[in-house]
Design a protein around this ligand. Structure first.
Ligand SMILES: Cc1ncc(COP(=O)(O)O)c(C=O)c1O
Length: 363
């Protein structure tokens, strides 16, 4: 079976007997059917990270991190999560027989929490965590202290906390460069910037190792969580923490600067920039991805495409460019946002005669 461990030269060393496999990685890179033409970019591709085993790219992080725990014979995993990291860690911990305890951001979508719970994780949601910078710092502080006392690593999906796990996320870039070496741009959604940094570092590492050209890596954030994208766009070197995150996009509510500075440096090195998008635009692109492409993603999964649409408006990409938008999480992860954003009709039970009158028009 093809899997992310084939990049083991670029990954932390883990003995084969401890490597966990649930089908992560090697996600499809598919050409857009209509949205590319709509935007005037026929070479638009989607990297379907929503098709990872727990429904998001975080499986690449959890696969590496929990395999390391297993190789060290550790029995406890303590982590924070906005939903997807927790679901991924919970799944891999279940597979490894490791106790998983998770501090979850305030307002994380129920399906993500139910997923963690069904995998057997202990889940605690903290008021203000992920929304309010002071509470967020306090939670991270407490967990850091506890992890230090217990002598265990804290798997926050950011290089500033857990470089080893994030090396697993770099495999997204290796796969893209390996599948086709002539991409001009990759658009990444960002909260704390770990994903963007992983993709940029992955592009740098792979292009140096195999002497191929690297695409530009761009960072896209919701306006309500502008910690990195605005600074990158304005050529500043430092990300800025905000007091309160106001975006509704789950996963991208990260008021503190986690990997922001490093993400800015790596994107800049590759010629990338930042884009800010508003939540309503993201929901619009989420709907279009479902209706024009057949791709069902959570709102965060449509942020990269919303950023590309901005780049097209600003004339910052060319019609000839080959472009990848990362689709980072599955639509099943946030069904409440589907209910509240799209006004889909409720179903009324009907009889066969009513069905017949409704489908008569199809003939
Ligand atoms: C679906 C999804 N996309 C993107 C991100 C952003 O990742 P980062 O916080 O590393 O920027 C997250 C983070 O949780 C996420 O869950």
């Amino acid at each position: 079976m093809k899997n992310i461990w084939r990049y083991n030269k670029l990954l932390p060393a883990v003995p084969e007997s401890s490597r966990l496999l649930l089908g992560e990685g090697d996600t499809p890179l598919i050409k857009a059917k209509t949205i590319g033409k709509m935007l005037g970019i026929p070479g638009l591709y989607f990297k379907l990270e929503n098709l990872n085993p727990t429904g998001s790219y975080k499986d690449r992080f959890a696969a590496i991190f929990v395999s390391i725990l297993k190789s060290r014979d550790q029995h406890v995993c303590l982590a924070t999560s906005s939903g997807n990291t927790g679901a991924a860690l919970a799944a891999y911990c279940a597979a490894a027989g490791i106790n998983c305890t998770l501090a979850i951001v305030d307002g994380a979508p129920q399906p993500k929490i139910k997923q963690m719970q069904l995998y057997g994780a202990h889940t605690y949601m903290i008021k203000g965590f992920g929304k309010d910078a002071a509470v967020t710092e306090e939670v991270f502080g407490l967990l850091k202290k506890t992890a230090h006392e217990m002598q265990i690593a804290l798997p926050v999906s950011a290089f500033s906390y857990c470089e080893e796990g994030m090396q697993g996320v770099q495999t997204i870039a290796y796969e893209i460069l390996e599948q086709q070496d002539s991409f001009d741009h990759i658009f990444c959604p960002a909260g704390g910037g770990g994903l963007t940094l992983a993709v940029a570092r992955g592009c740098i590492a792979y292009s140096e190792q195999y002497s191929v050209k690297s695409p530009k890596v761009h960072c896209v954030q919701p306006e309500g969580n502008n910690t990195i994208a605005g600074a990158l766009r304005n050529r500043r070197q430092q990300a800025n923490a905000i007091t309160t995150s106001t975006t509704l996009i789950s996963g991208l509510q990260v008021p503190s600067v986690l990997d922001g500075d490093a993400a800015i440096a790596s994107c800049t090195k590759l010629g990338g920039t930042g884009y800010l998008v508003n939540d309503q635009d993201v929901f619009k692109w989420q709907r279009l991805m479902a209706q024009q492409e057949g791709i069902f993603c959570e709102p965060a999964g449509a942020v990269a495409l919303a950023g590309l649409a901005k780049a097209v408006t600003e004339r910052e990409v060319n019609a000839k460019d080959n472009i990848v938008c990362l689709v980072t999480g599955s639509g099943f992860k946030d069904m409440l946002s589907v209910d509240s954003n799209f006004g889909l009709p409720g179903l009324q039970l009907m009889n066969v005669a009513q069905l017949e009158s409704n489908i008569r028009a199809l003939r």
